[in-house]
Write a protein that binds this ligand. Structure first.
Ligand code: PGA
Length: 254
């Protein structure tokens, strides 16, 4: 049985002071046993992780902490980078790897993304491997080919155990921050395709691997997306910045 997961990707928003308030407000909204069926994760910017961690630990909140990226090396001459070990020391549980903004704005390539995935696992955290096609690639009928490429390269060399705990986020690039969402049918079909791919390479681990959909998820569309059998959660950008709105996304069944 895969536990639902709703993760908020704050991107380059929120100072550490904002983060304290956002986490506190969110926790008030989640103060209801109904929410326990969902694993809730927030991914603040690096500079806000320590403050968010302090609030979560001091108040014993059941919100988990995630990071938006990391380097694959443990330390060294990599000016401006953050290592997996630095994140795990801050009680970070999840790291988004290969987000489309990393791939398309910062030029990250599959080989480095695979190294990051492995480094995150080796440090005891879980990667959220993001995959997805651009609008042009979809128009050209290349969605499955692109998603296969991202998934196969990103998971290369992983063990079955690692794949059981892996989280994959299917995020069509054209749906991110645009207000355009994939139809639940299209999103569900790609997520089923990803699970089949995982089953082909990693056998029964694929049944445990969680797959999130991301791209303009909001309180109005989340329920239909979550109803798809191979979608186990959502990676939420814009709608995660307001704690009330994010709480409504998390409580998608109401
Ligand atoms: P969005 O972002 O919800 O604002 O479209 C999603 C993401 O980039 O993870």
């Amino acid at each position: 049985m895969r536990k639902d997961m709703i993760a908020g990707n704050w991107k380059m928003n929120a100072t550490h002071l904002d983060a304290i308030q956002m986490v506190q407000k969110l926790s008030y909204r989640l103060n209801d046993p109904d929410y326990e069926r969902v694993e809730v994760v927030v991914h603040p910017p690096f500079t806000a992780l320590r403050s968010a961690q302090t609030v979560i630990e001091t108040d014993h909140l059941r919100i988990k902490l995630g990071a938006q990226n990391c380097h694959y090396a443990e330390s060294g001459a990599y000016t401006g980078e953050i290592s997996p070990g630095m994140l795990s020391k801050l009680s970070v549980s999840y790291v988004i790897v290969g987000h489309s903004e990393r791939r398309h704005v910062f030029g990250e390539v599959d080989a480095d993304i695979n190294r990051k995935v492995k480094a995150v696992f080796e440090t005891g955290m879980v990667p959220i491997l993001a995959v997805g096609e651009t609008e042009q690639e979809r128009a050209d009928g290349l969605t499955e080919e692109i998603v296969r490429g991202h998934f196969v390269a990103g998971t290369s060399g992983l063990t079955q155990d690692q794949v059981s705990s892996l989280v994959v986020a299917y995020e069509p690039v054209w749906a991110i921050g645009t207000g355009k969402t994939a139809t639940p049918e299209d999103a569900g079909a790609v997520c089923s395709f990803i699970r089949d791919l995982a089953a082909g390479s990693f056998g029964g681990s694929a049944d445990h691997m969680r797959i999130l959909y991301g791209g303009s998820v909001n309180p109005g569309n989340v329920a239909a997306i979550m109803a798809k059998k191979d979608i186990d959660g959502a990676l939420v950008g814009g709608a995660s910045l307001d704690p009330d709105t994010f709480a409504s996304v998390i409580r998608y069944w109401v």
